[in-house]
Ligand binder design. Sequence first.
Ligand code: BG6
Ligand code: BG6
Ligand code: GLC
Ligand code: GLC
Length: 917
Amino acid sequence: MFAVHLLAFYFTKLKEDQIKKVDRFLYHMRLSDETLLDIMARFQVEMEKGLGKDTNPTASVKMLPTFVRAIPDGSENGEFLSLDLGGSKFRVLKVQVSEEGKRNVQMESQFYPMPNEIIRGNGSELFDYVADCLADFMKTKDLQHKKLPLGFTFSFPCKQTKLEEGVLLSWTKKFKARGVQDTDVVSRLTRAMKKHKDLDVDILALVNDTVGTMMTCAYDDPYCEVGVIIGTGTNACYMEDMSNIDLVEGDEGRMCINTEWGAFGDDGALEDIRTEFDRELDLGSLNPGKQLFEKMISGLYLGELVRLILLKMAKAGLLFGGVKSSALHTKGKIETQHVAAMEKYKEGLGNTREILVDLGLEPSEADCIAVQHVCTIVSFRSANLCAAALAAILTRLRENKKLARLRTTVGMDGTLYKIHPQYPKRLHKVVRRLVPNCDVRFLLSESGSTKGAAMVTAVASRVQAQRKQIDEVLALFQLTREQLVGVQHKMRTELEYGLKRKTQALATVKMLPTYVCGMPDGTEKGKFLALDLGGTNFRVLLVKIRSGRRSVRMYNKIFAIPLEIMQGTGEELFDHIVQCIADFLDYMGLKGARLPLGFTFSFPCRQMSIDKGTLIGWTKGFKATDCEGEDVVDMLREAIKRRNEFDLDIVAVVNDTVGTMMTCGYEDPNCEIGLIAGTGSNMCYMEELRNIELVDGDEGKMCINTEWGGFGDNGCIDDIRTQYDKEVDEGSLNPGKQRYEKMTSGMYLGEIVRQILIDLTKQGLLFRGQISERLRTRGIFETKFLSQIESDRLALLQVRRILQQLGLDSTCEDSIVVKEVCGAVSRRAAQLCGAGLAAIVEKRREDQGLEHLKITVGVDGTLYKLHPHFSRVLQETVRALAPQSDVAFMLSEDGSGKGAALITAVAKRTQQSRKEN
Ligand code: BG6
Ligand code: BG6
Ligand code: GLC
Ligand code: GLC
């Protein structure tokens, strides 16, 4: 009995002594809670640094956005392939996810070896090997003829700009294949897969193992918002608020951040914690100076740390009687599984002896106790460090949510965590101690990270299908060169029809003679009034032209024309106009002056002389009654008479295209085309009089107002009109009319966009499938909003803000789509307009029998002026379709009022000389 007691006492004493000895030797590895709280605070700072745009480049903890935005919601389904590369084992899997009321996931998998020659060989060979394994898997599982989406779990730090792309920042752990760093691993693998003709696989998602783990666990527990790996390497991810992620646009919702915490300390932040063993281990590793936190924690390094410590202790005579074996000298001889075995509760000491003997040592009882304690200190430090970093993440989550207490789940995986007998318990305990205000559930991922990767892939594949639907709609607006050439030729035909007496009556492009026969020559002079009606603004102007110096001074006032007047009676409209003139004269102190007046009236008018114009039909937003078929000059005169306050001498009525051409022609005599790309769309040009069958005379030229907006009214461009164009037409004031204008001008582009957005929303592709009242409202997308939305300088957030101002509650993804829709619609408009212009340019060149034509186009209109891309695309198209002409574009700075005044000046002079004769 006494002997037993004595033995027990002896053993306890021995144990105490050994433990004290080791504790003393490794005191630096034992971290107090105070130190852990300090490390936790340091990690919080690191996270902040990694998330900041300016601080990220120098941050050691990279906080990589993963483009995984939500945890699974149970609606995921489909069949997926999965690769799991980067942990201790390489696996290929097939995952079947089905809804069927309850969550159901079936997996079939196969492990493949990952030999060192491949891991550290040539990068291309690595990807070839992975593709070979995948091909083999597909063959064994008889999947060869299926096209399946693939989720790629790749457990290394990758910089992602989207889900299906990832540039390897650096290899970690055991991998060091050449020529992979800084390349996109998804395209590398895709390329390798292409070598297998029977492989038809689309990589839809690249995920880190932490992300896969979090998603796997979140499938079963929706509280899961953190994923931690403590395996070969160590790392964590968590759901961060988008508003805190500087590197990704948008501030709505959350995105998973792959912290890559293994690199914590790479900038020296943990030097006070690291020991001589950590430094020695690092120097002997594949990536010295890198992953310093990981090297104190993860499975790949724990055994080696223990070995280095034992060696040092043996050298110091503290172990094995100072004897060292050659195995103890050999790198990698002690592995994590040994550490785990030595720390087993009951068999631990026995295991320790066996392991040490296998290392060629002859350990005493005391040695075994000491070695076991070394293992405990090393693995405990690992758990402590992980706990500190995890506590920092949990605190961040709690603070993001502004909660006093956080209830959350952490998804866990990795061999160290799974096989080490004490590790999980220690980790949990320390975490709970460091963050007492968090109720944490630790959930072990039973099925690895691939289930989660499949969830991410499922969502990606849904997004891809939706993207396809969106692309199909946008494709309707992408015109081929052949289609544009077709438009150009048809326009040319219509132009000729409009000029011929026989076909004129039926022509859709009316080719109206304007009785403007020459360009200003600089001798014009005098004081004129001008009206400018039909564009965005109604203006009254006073224009003073001084001859000789080509100098013009203008004074103008903008007046509003209320909708009820635009669409009321003709009398009301003209009375309103006269009222505005009266106000202007008053304002200018010109009451009673009888000035000659030029009337820019931007609607199709049939003219028999310069001062007579019969309105053929309203276009754009006007619809006043009793005007069509009437002479607008007469209507204006009568309204002036009705007012009986002043008299005006109405000398000329001009279309805005003509006014614009004249305005520019005053500067550049080569300007023989006038183009408006504004509320409406139209063009005029100087035509040989001999070609104009409706007007007598063969000598000289006359300006023709083409009224090309009516192009297509006979159905000749119906092949390129979309259902959206038809809807816009049907909802307009003049259904069936001005079809080309409705595809090209500012008043309608926004409407086309709106119709597309309604359709996409109906298809569930936008605005969460909800068609709001605002979206149903006609005219919300004015040209100025389109122009803002498409501006390249605008960040997505600003686009979203504009949409929100328009009453459209959009997410960032919605904003991207809206911007694309706007882009497709305005690009087509510019191209169509360019094709029309090319038709006229080529006609002019051929009519003059020229090899090469040099001509200037005077342009005006808000679409041309405000839109960021319209003018460029228009010009490019003209250049492409009329390559033999040199077309210059001149923006009319002064509007068409100046041109109208110049025309009036010429007309007045002609009038006078006629009178004198
Ligand atoms: C596995 C996951 O369960 O754990 C892998 O499926 C992950 O994606 C691995 O990389 C991490 O643990 P270890 O110990 O294999 O590196
Ligand atoms: C103005 C001209 O500058 O542009 C008007 O003075 C013309 O005559 C107008 O109608 C066209 O552009 P918008 O965009 O105002 O229709
Ligand atoms: C390494 C990798 C990281 C991975 C971790 C666990 O730290 O850099 O991406 O998540 O190992 O496998
Ligand atoms: C409409 C009008 C036309 C005008 C154009 C630009 O197409 O019919 O006359 O030139 O808009 O304002």
